[in-house]
Ligand binder design. Structure first.
Ligand code: FES
Ligand code: FE2
Length: 420
């Protein structure tokens, strides 16, 4: 441990990752290095779902790390991801969250116009103005439209999910995920068309990595989330597995309920806490689906930008957009599948009440992340523990381990070149 109460640099106590310095959550210099190394180089980041932009000209504005980007469908049906920074004076020109632009994007400041593919098409007064028979001003003759387009990201899609990278040399998405996580990914996104049900957005005053950790932490759901326990969605007899990719950056928490809980059983399981009952038992009207192939919940963390959720009939993506070291925006996209019955869509929507900023379950996670950050800020020389299950890093067939968190920080230390 360093002697200063407010040290300048992050200090790891040993070569392992079961003791995590508080400063990895609070230090702005570390944060900027993370943005560069995880969000802007060598990684794929989630940008959205194809179903959000079904028609040519459709776009959404989102972010990769702390950079604003636009996901847009061009006239030929292809998807492009463009940086929302005007080539002229750098303005983040796109202000709408979503919309349709048949004629491309026009920056309001000086009306430079870009095609849906990000090419510069028009520059007002490029050739200057004519006065008294003379041409005055304008861009220099060597100025070429083709040299001044928007920054275009590399884009890939799989099963209706769109990823992009500022790094055009990034490995393929399949190699990036690795076979184990790819299997979890394909289980949900198996080629069926998706249907967007709606969004939740929240700003959580905590470091972005805490959200990755939260979904790599199977220790807390049965302890923190009293809703799960009270209404029987989490049980000690759940069969469970924790899995990682080879580099331990991505992970999956896979669990299978002992038996499917039917609405008629709610009154019985409510005995976990005698005086609490659901007024609307349909929140627990769970219908097993063939594509689950056994597990009733699979929570997949794709480092650094997204969490893929299947919790019984509720499916969503949860995107992480950092905001400095001490805050991030969390974007939930709830979806259904095109071939779902109306009843199943309603069921997915009802079960989505467990999640999001005010979710019966997820509200707890937002709060504990905020309060963890408060602890970190108050004593940056200290460290957190992730010792559950020893110091090993590897897949397990139970939930009583913090191995996924240790794995993520092993990868983090490797990429951040933070040996000490
Ligand atoms: Fe966009 Fe000038 S800053 S046109
Ligand atoms: Fe949680």
């Amino acid at each position: 441990m360093t002697s200063s109460v407010f040290p300048d640099t992050v200090h790891w106590e040993d070569s392992g990752t079961s003791r995590i310095p508080f400063m990895v959550y609070t230090n702005e210099a570390t944060h900027r290095k993370e943005l560069e190394r995880f969000f802007y180089r060598k990684h794929w980041c989630y940008v959205g779902l194809e179903a959000e932009i079904p028609n040519p000209g459709d776009f959404i504005r989102t972010a990769i790390g702390e950079r604003s980007v636009i996901m847009v469908r061009s006239q030929d049906g292809n998807i492009h991801v463009l940086e929302n920074v005007c080539a002229h004076r750098g303005m983040a020109f796109c202000r709408e969250r979503h919309g349709n632009r048949k004629d491309g994007f026009t920056c309001p400041y000086h009306q430079w116009n870009y095609s849906l593919k990000g090419d510069l098409q028009g520059v007002p007064f490029r050739r200057g103005v004519k006065q008294d028979g003379k041409v005055l001003g304008g861009m220099p003759p060597e100025f070429r439209l083709e040299d001044n387009g928007l920054t275009k990201l590399k884009v890939t899609t799989r099963g209706g999910v769109v990823f992009a990278s500022f790094d055009h040399d990034v490995e393929s998405l399949e190699d990036y995920l690795g076979p184990t996580i790819l299997q979890c990914f394909d289980r949900t996104f198996n080629g069926r068309k998706l249907r967007i049900l709606g969004y939740n957005r929240q700003r959580i005053p905590g470091n972005w990595k805490l959200m990755q950790e939260n979904i790599k932490d199977p220790y807390h759901p049965g302890l923190l989330h009293t809703w799960f326990v009270t209404f029987g969605l989490w049980r000690a007899d759940n069969r469970s597995e924790l899995k990682m990719d080879d580099r331990h950056r991505h992970a999956a928490m896979i669990s299978t309920k002992g038996n499917a809980l039917k609405a008629s059983e709610v009154s019985q399981v409510a005995r976990f806490k005698e005086d609490m009952h659901l007024h609307d038992p349909r929140f627990l009207d769970i219908v097993p689906e063939p594509w689950w192939g056994g597990p009733t919940a699979v929570m997949t963390t794709i480092f650094p930008s997204v969490i893929l959720q299947q919790s019984v009939n509720s499916v969503s993506t949860r995107q992480i957009q950092p905001n400095g070291a001490g805050s991030f925006d969390f974007y939930w996209t709830h979806f259904a599948f095109e071939d779902d019955s109306d009843e199943m869509v309603q069921r997915r929507l009802r079960q989505a009440n467990l999640f999001g900023p005010a979710g019966f379950v997820s509200a707890d996670d937002g709060e504990v992340i905020e309060f963890s950050q408060q602890g970190f800020e108050s004593k940056p020389f200290h460290r957190a523990l992730a010792q559950l299950g020893g110091s090993d890093i590897g897949d397990t067939d139970h939930m009583v381990s913090e191995t996924l968190i240790r794995g993520m920080y092993q990868y983090w230390r490797e990429v951040m070149e933070a040996p000490e």
